[in-house]
Design a protein around this ligand. Structure first.
Ligand SMILES: *Cc1c(COP(=O)(O)O)cnc(C)c1O
Length: 359
């Protein structure tokens, strides 16, 4: 068979253990999953309302233009509808951008550790991947600039960064964008934008920098991960170039309905963001009391260094019914990434962590 050479060593995405698997394995009744940065508060009640009203016309293809969510998002963000592309989660947008630009002979620059899909997509397209180590959890933007050459097609910037939670301040980002050649696409992944405590509005940057694409998602603070709706915002030109690359019916009808209802409820978003910040503070205190290194996070997760094998931490929590992400596969072998859950859930995590530290 004539497989692309570069895909032969790729592995399919390894999802964390499912709630059912853990229940069976440890004979537990209740499991708390804090491994994928999902929203512990669920979703806006508006979503249930529109889904209950749906007339079950499942035989019909969805609207390939995603008109309802397009209109609602354009309104919410104050951008032109044609400046938006909707995809099957931002995961698909990473793939679409990579397919549109990357091939053998081109390269792409990104931080490491960061969201793994940028690299995965680049490998499939046969492009060279240039990874620049984080500096104390932050993107090393100067080093990333120095990796750009005439064959660079895309630079990925994840802010807040998964898995460290670091957020790039406005002046640093602008300073960077001013130095990236205008024919190199910069993709700013803002999957956790709505969690940032003191965010700056990145959307106006699109007018100034025509090589910028911003990615956002309904999977995180909107609590709609199962519906798979993500989107990109850029200039009309960039969106026009990307649109033909996506699948014709890439977003499904229920997802479109749910996301449209969700974006109109910004009170829900603000409440989740506020509670998340309060809960993060309690983790910071916990880490400081126990002399554990952590990265201050602008996302809904925290990466804590336990100075022990990350798998060991994750296994210990798992045996008590708490699913978190070992740092081992995330590039931080002695850490664990813990999603910020409900108050009671976080208390439970910290109490089990206390046990672990003493074990
Ligand atoms: C979760 C996540 C995504 C993917 O989100 P989907 O829209 O569900 O595909 C993208 N980027 C980062 C940094 C993430 O953490």
């Amino acid at each position: 068979m004539k497989w692309k050479e570069q895909i032969l060593n790729l592995r399919a995405y390894q999802p964390g253990k499912s709630i059912d698997e853990v229940k069976k394995q440890y004979q537990l009744d209740s499991i708390i999953k804090l491994a994928s940065n999902e929203n512990p508060y669920g979703h806006s009640p508006n979503v249930d309302h529109v889904l209950n009203e749906f007339d079950s016309s499942y035989m019909l293809y969805p609207d390939g233009n995603a008109s309802s969510i397009r209109e609602a998002t354009a309104l919410a963000l104050d951008v032109d509808e044609k400046q938006l592309i909707f995809t099957n989660g931002t995961d698909e947008l990473v793939q679409v951008i990579s397919r549109a630009m990357l091939e053998q002979g081109k390269n792409t620059v990104m931080a490491t550790p960061t969201f793994p899909q940028y690299k995965h997509a680049a490998i499939i397209e046969g492009a060279e991947v240039r990874e620049v180590g984080l500096a104390d959890g932050n993107h090393d933007l100067n080093k990333m600039l120095s990796e750009i050459d005439k064959d660079t097609a895309i630079v990925w910037v994840c802010s807040p960064n998964n898995p460290t939670g670091s957020y790039i301040p406005k002046d640093e980002l602008i300073h960077f964008l001013e130095r990236v050649p205008s024919d190199v696409l910069v993709v700013l992944d803002e999957a956790y934008f709505e969690y940032v405590t003191d965010p700056f509005d990145s959307l106006p940057l699109i007018e100034k920098f025509s090589n910028l694409v911003i990615m956002r998602t309904f999977s995180k603070i909107y609590g709609l991960a199962s519906f798979r709706i993500g989107y990109g915002i850029s200039t009309l030109k960039n969106i026009q170039a990307l649109e033909p690359i996506r699948l014709p019916f890439n977003t499904n009808v229920l997802g479109q309905l749910a996301a449209t209802a969700a974006i109109s409820d910004q009170d829900f978003v603000n409440q989740c963001s506020k509670k998340n910040s309060d809960e993060l503070e309690k983790y910071y205190s916990f880490c400081e009391e126990n002399n554990l290194h952590y990265f201050p996070s602008e996302g809904n997760f925290i990466l804590i260094d336990f100075q022990r094998d990350g798998d060991e931490v994750a296994e210990f929590l798992l045996s008590k019914g708490l699913i978190v992400r070992s740092g081992k596969s995330l590039g931080f072998p002695t850490s664990a990434r813990i999603t910020i859950g409900l108050e009671k859930q976080n208390e439970q995590v910290r109490s089990v962590l206390n046990e672990f530290i003493l074990s």
